[in-house]
Write a protein of this length. Structure first.
Length: 241
């Protein structure tokens, strides 16, 4: 297999972790089993991408639309998220040694107080790190995020701090969860779907896309290598020639 020498790495990759349910169904298992396997893949791929030197990695774990799923499935996903947060707290020293900064993208007010406490704790405990910026999008929606930013700008306009004509792209970016992070260079979506599903809409304005039929629990470091090799060969023009 042709392999990248990783000399042209994206600064920010976004990964839509999709296909857990189909993975479980194929095996006659409950969907929650797919999420358990998917959570293992998330740990493996996050670690691998960080070791490669990708400085910003965003994982889509739960969308604002995913509340439409059966309650037991939502509960199973939240439980897995809690277990991950506990593990991150237990392994805090290890994470700090590796320079990992963990952040959560999305509206956390709808999550349980226990989850919110852990998210705040881990963000705060890793906030001085900068080598690997690991973002996990939970109750995240790209349109909702932009709306939230626009509302903050509207407040500034109402208070007289800013005039409507002065509103800039930077003002909108500054109100996003990723305000101090680079735009997304590469979006990776397994499971055969070819859509963004409301993921990092603003940040992916000029992102390259890479799709694969592999279901997320089966996604390997080789698949990430393939995506990175494809990225390396893309000609990013940003509107130029
Ligand atoms: C996991 O994959 C992504 C989440 C929303 C948690 P899915 O649960 O969407 O798996 P499929 O698409 O049904 O196979
Ligand atoms: C996108 O997957 C959301 C996450 C991976 C968290 P979905 O499975 O919810 O997306 P759709 O419904 O197929 O667009
Ligand atoms: Mg899906």
């Amino acid at each position: 297999m042709e392999k990248s020498d990783f000399s042209v790495l994206p600064s920010h990759i976004g990964i839509i972790m999709d296909g857990n349910g189909r993975w479980a169904k194929k095996r006659g298992l409950e969907r929650s089993k797919g999420h358990i396997e998917g959570a293992k893949t998330f740990r493996k791929i996050g670690e691998y991408a960080g070791n490669l030197g990708i400085s910003h990695i965003s994982f889509y774990a739960f969308s604002t639309e995913n509340w439409a799923r059966p309650q037991n499935e939502v509960d199973a996903i939240m439980q897995l998220f809690y277990e991950y947060l506990e593990e991150a707290r237990e392994r805090l020293d290890e994470n700090l040694e590796k320079g990992i900064r963990l952040r959560f993208l999305g509206d956390r007010a709808a999550l349980s107080p226990e989850l919110q406490y852990m998210m705040d704790y881990i963000e705060d405990a890793t906030k001085e790190m900068s080598k690997v910026n690991l973002n996990i999008a939970v109750n995240y929606g790209g349109q909702q995020e932009i709306l939230h930013s626009v509302k903050k700008i509207a407040q500034r306009v109402r208070s007289g701090e800013l005039s409507p004509d002065e509103i800039s792209l930077d003002d909108i970016s500054a109100g996003l969860y990723t305000s101090d992070q680079p735009p997304v260079d590469l979006v990776i979506r397994p499971s055969g779907e070819q859509r963004l599903s409301n993921f990092l809409l603003w940040q992916s304005a000029y992102a390259e896309f890479w799709y694969s039929d592999v279901l997320w629990p089966d996604f390997t470091t080789d698949d990430l290598d393939k995506a990175l090799l494809a990225y390396e060969k893309r000609n990013r023009r940003f509107g130029g020639i």
